[in-house]
Each structure stands twice: as C-alpha cells, then as structure tokens.
Ligand binder design. Structure first.
Ligand code: SF4
Length: 266
C-alpha cells in the first residue's frame, strides 16, 4: 500500500522500478548510504543551523563556528555502512569537499539577511484527489510584499543548466506545496544553489508550465498506481547508478551485495 508520493519516490521509480518496489512497497530499509549522500546531509544540517541562528536569535555565526558544527555532525553521524565508490578517494577528501561547499556559500551570501520564513520546511498536501505528496524544502523566504522564494541546496558535482532548471519537477512540486500552504497568487521564484560548482540558477514558472508540470507529475504517479493495481512487474533497470544502490541482495538482476558497501576505513 502506497500512502503518499514524493519527488524521490517518482524519480526512483523512473530510474529503476525494482529499486522503487524494494524500498517503498516491500519497505526494506538498510543502513548503507553513499559518502556523497552523507556529505550532502551534513552540509544541509550546517545551513539549517546557520539560518535557525539568524531566524531565532538574529545571530550570524562566524565561519569557524560553522566548520566546528560540521565536524561535530560528521563525527556524530559517521557509521560503518558508508560507501565510497570512487576508490581513489578517501573520507578526508569528502570531509574537505563539504568544507568547500560551506565556505562558498558563506562567502557568497554573508551576512544572510534574507527574509526567511521556513528552514527545512515540511509539506503534506494533495496535488490532485488521491495524490498526496510530502517532502521538505531547504529554505523558504517571503518578503513584506509577499514575494516567495524557494531555495534548494545541491552538493553534487553537476549544476543544472537553465533549461533543465526550467523543466525540473522537484521544485515544481515544492512550488505547488507552497501555493497550497499560503494560497498565494504572488510570484514564486525557485533558486538552486550548487555549492560544489559554486553557482546559482533561478527559474519562474508560467501558468502554462505549471499546468504541464502538474500533468507530468500526476502522469508519473498514476503510472506507479497502475503498476501496483495491475500487479505489473517492477522491472530492474541496470545502469551506472547501480553503483550507488544498496539493494543488490534484493535486486532480481544482482546476486551479491554491492561491493562498495560495508568497506572499512582507516
Ligand atoms: S542494483 Fe540496479 S537494477 Fe538492481 S535495484 Fe538497484 S538500481 Fe535497480
């Protein structure tokens, strides 16, 4: 039984229906995670700390404080099931990569005077009857004039090109969630911060684009529902991305565990 949808559920289904079934229908959870995901979570937590300090205490932490928070979070959350696919790299490389992301963000946006109304803001709404979506938005700003900006932090290597951002469904879902929450008719802007690449991309959706994106999102969600209702096979789609999948034991196309998981680091 699938109670709700999210952007990551839609994209997992598109990337590999078998992985979708293992994770979201069979409910199999394992502790494995990629080092890239681990770094991304820690950097997001540091930016959450930064904006909560600004929002709740009107304090701007110095960058050394952010690095200290980052190192503490790294140590407290490190575990034995973190996988490094690129064997030529080690955990020190990734620790420094997170620092680089934080340093770029700090340099670029200091002194952080944005009109923040939400940090790691959760949402839960029906995009259409029977299609409930949940998720978290990294940051939401709202000016006195009512203009809303939705921010998303990315720590991956590649930045989106403008056209990709204009067609991105993840932030369209966020926009629908925010419009649902604030019943806003005002302009909503979408901003991606690519921390590793050191760049920022912005987009705004026209009414025509919004309609199209809504149709695309619902079409994908319907396809999942009909797979379940009709007992269709959730096909295993092998690709390069299998290297970052930790469900090899459950996967119908693999017969071992992912060789990169459970590696011991010195
Ligand atoms: S290993 Fe590859 S094919 Fe198998 S579930 Fe994971 S992503 Fe899909």
């Amino acid at each position: 039984m699938l109670e709700y949808f999210s952007y990551s559920r839609l994209s997992t289904f598109k990337q590999c229906p078998a992985q979708f079934k293992i994770r979201y229908l069979d409910g199999i959870v394992n502790k494995d995670e990629s080092i890239e995901a681990f770094v991304g979570k820690r950097v997001h937590e540091v930016l959450e700390y930064l904006y909560n300090k600004r929002k709740d205490e009107s304090i701007t932490p110095i960058i050394d404080e952010l690095f200290e928070v980052y190192h503490t979070l790294w140590k407290d959350n490190w575990h034995e099931r973190i996988a490094i696919f690129r064997r030529e790299l080690n955990w020190e490389y990734y620790l420094a990569l997170g620092e680089k992301c934080i340093a770029w963000y700090y340099r670029t946006y200091y002194p952080f005077v944005e009109p923040v109304i939400g940090v790691e803001q959760s949402f839960d709404f029906e995009l259409e009857d029977g299609f409930r979506f949940i998720g978290f938005i990294d940051r939401v700003d709202k000016t006195n004039e009512g203009k809303i900006t939705i921010h998303d932090y990315k720590t991956g290597k590649r930045a989106l090109a403008q056209k990709q951002a204009d067609n991105d469904l993840q932030l369209s879902i966020y926009q629908f969630a925010i419009e649902n929450e604030y019943s806003t008719e005002t302009d909503v802007s979408l901003v991606w911060h690519f921390l590793q690449a050191g760049s920022r991309v912005e987009s705004q959706r026209s009414d025509v684009q919004k309609l199209k994106h809504k149709q695309d999102i619902i079409k994908r969600a319907k396809s999942i529902k009909s797979h379940i209702a009709n007992g269709q096979v959730f096909e295993a789609k092998e690709s390069m991305l299998c290297n970052w999948c930790y469900y090899w034991k459950e996967c119908p196309s693999k017969y071992t565990a992912n060789p990169y998981s459970g590696r011991k680091y010195t």
